[in-house]
Design a protein around this ligand. Structure first.
Ligand SMILES: Nc1ncnc2c1ncn2[C@@H]1O[C@H](COP(=O)(O)OP(=O)(O)OP(=O)(O)O)[C@@H](O)[C@H]1O
Ligand SMILES: O=C(O)c1ccc[n+]([C@@H]2O[C@H](COP(=O)([O-])O)[C@@H](O)[C@H]2O)c1
Length: 199
């Protein structure tokens, strides 16, 4: 069943993994499990994007991406949703604001891979996002240096939680971000599309 607006139990910490999921793969499952274990999350919602505002190429149809995502990630703690399509949002700052309004009092944590931290300063209202929710970042092969030296990490360098403190992230107040390193998964949608077995 597709949960567009999932029910939240009082006190739960919800991780949000936004993505194109074009298609979903083991790397998405890896970042989800890592984030739940390392950042003190109770649930993770996959927000299957209507389309990344920075990507020129439109993704495969939403229904196909959601169908595949459910095959890849079958864990009762993880909910696959098309929330952004329903909200009519595409920009993460708008999505987070809408969710915080709808689920007043719920703690949300934004999750992303290191590739996204490297270019996070190009996102609309990225500093507002930083000040709205804690951010958990999971390393990705080939992106460590660009992520660690990114504009976002420099501007918010005093808001970093050390990897050994990562479990406190879910209950921290923003701005707070944490980068965890190992193990890594090299799976990517680009590689799957290049092999021609999707879309
Ligand atoms: N192997 C991975 N390790 C860690 N994070 C990942 C991995 N794959 C994807 N992610 C993260 O999951 C989120 C959604 O990723 P997305 O759907 O764009 O997959 P992708 O493989 O990066 O796609 P593409 O290759 O088309 O850019 C992003 O924050 C991305 O950084
Ligand atoms: O809000 C923005 O400006 C913005 C710019 C680029 C990416 N995002 C979001 O980042 C998430 C990851 O995108 P992607 O395509 O790398 O999977 C997804 O939820 C996008 O909507 C958001």
């Amino acid at each position: 069943m597709e949960h567009v607006f999932p029910t939240v139990k009082r006190g739960q910490v919800i991780g949000l993994l936004g993505g194109s999921f074009d298609p979903a793969h083991e790397g998405h499952a890896h970042i989800t499990r890592t984030a739940m274990n390392r950042f003190g999350l109770d649930r993770v919602w996959w927000l299957v994007s209507p389309g990344n505002p920075l990507k020129e190429r439109g993704p495969a149809p939403m229904a196909d991406r959601i169908h595949r995502a459910k095959q890849v990630m079958n864990d009762p703690r993880v909910i696959i949703t098309g929330i952004e399509e329903r909200l009519g949002t595409r920009y993460t700052a708008e999505t987070i604001a809408a969710l915080q309004k709808r689920y007043r009092g719920t703690r949300f944590v934004w999750i992303m891979g290191a590739d996204n931290l490297a270019q996070f300063h190009r996102w609309q209202d990225w500093q507002t996002i930083m000040r709205s929710v804690p951010i958990g970042v999971v390393a990705r092969p080939g992106h460590s240096t660009s992520a660690k030296t990114s504009k976002a990490t420099q501007v918010f360098n005093t808001s970093q939680l050390l990897p050994r403190e990562s479990r406190a992230l879910g209950r921290s107040d923003a701005p707070k971000w944490c980068y965890v390193n190992l193990p890594m998964s090299d799976a990517s949608s680009t590689a799957i599309r290049a092999r021609g077995d999707w879309g």
